[in-house]
Ligand binder design. Sequence first.
Ligand code: KMH
Ligand code: ZN
Length: 272
Amino acid sequence: MHQTPIIITVALLGAELTREQTPYLPLTSEELAQSALECYQAGAAMVHVHVRDDLGNPTLNPNKIMEVLTKIKTVVPGLILQLSTGGSVQDSYIDRIQVLHCQPEMASLTTGSTNFGNDIFLNPRPFVEELARQMLAKKIKSELEIFNLAMMEEALRLIDVGLVKSPAHFDFVLGVPGALAASEKNLDILLERLPQDATFTVAAIGKHQFPMLELAIQKGGHVRLGMEDNIYLEKGVLAKSNAELVNKVQVLIKQHGRCSASPQEARTILGL
Ligand code: KMH
Ligand code: ZN
């Protein structure tokens, strides 16, 4: 029986989604802060943040990122802010490293390259190591984003060589087209390799989101959800907000006799 409260992380918008796909996508700093507030009120402890420019396109402009982080901090003090270093597949390595100057409490760290739909999400070893090194230096805790099995090997190597501090926190991202499929078997294979002291969350794309999150809850993990990963509350019904998705996972959490973690509890669990 796992009694630890469950950390709900909300990936508010991602870098790829457009308003054509869902009119409910938060894009501006005001909309992102409002969405973060609603998610916090629904029980989320952390948000995974991407940023858009004034046209709604993904950007890694540090001023724009600071504007969004500051706005969220003002509206929802205490929420854990995890900044994406993944950006979009078009972003340069240097821009992706420079977002760390915005000094978020956490940042994502994808440990290898993968097909990403029709694109390639590039994360060569020297770049990943440099990101990890700078996160260590800036005391930013990484969330190790694992899209396939080889990324798990690389994450374990980063821990081994001291570029990622233990206890590490993993995010198993399952069901990205071209990467590891969302199945219990694949999750179990990843969990077999999970270091004893590590924590993990599961993110799954589209219709796989809630079934995989339920498995995460059952297997002692945490949950990541949000429009970046899935825009539907149920088949054919768009979520009108990220908070609606949080409310839905709360039902699963309660069904399993568990509760969600406050940001402070999440900090303790993650050793922040
Ligand atoms: N947008 C994807 C190319 C991350 O945020 O670190 C990468 C991504 C992962 O979303
Ligand atoms: Zn992301």
